[in-house]
Design a protein around this ligand. Sequence first.
Ligand code: ZN
Length: 104
Amino acid sequence: MVSKYSKKSSENLKIASERVDILFFQADEMFSENPELSDRYVSLARKIAMKFKIKLKSEYKRRFCKHCYKYLRPGVNARVRTQNGKVVYSCFSCKKFSRFPIKR
Ligand SMILES: [Zn+2]
């Protein structure tokens, strides 16, 4: 038996974080066809994360520009390089940098 709807916040939280996963997945899928749609998915995912106070996974955080929130794809609309043990993304839209620790 599957209950149709639960008001329990933990259940909502689970659904919300699944939505975030799906949105980032779709942003990635859509990017080559329609990058504006990817931006929209990122913004939706951020809104959901904020509403439910979900911490975005670090792999998601580095997939969009933290200044203009555009979905970033290195080599297409962003450049990636390493500097002082950090990964630096430069966004081609707003020309700003986002720095992240290097992932191990
Ligand atoms: Zn930007």
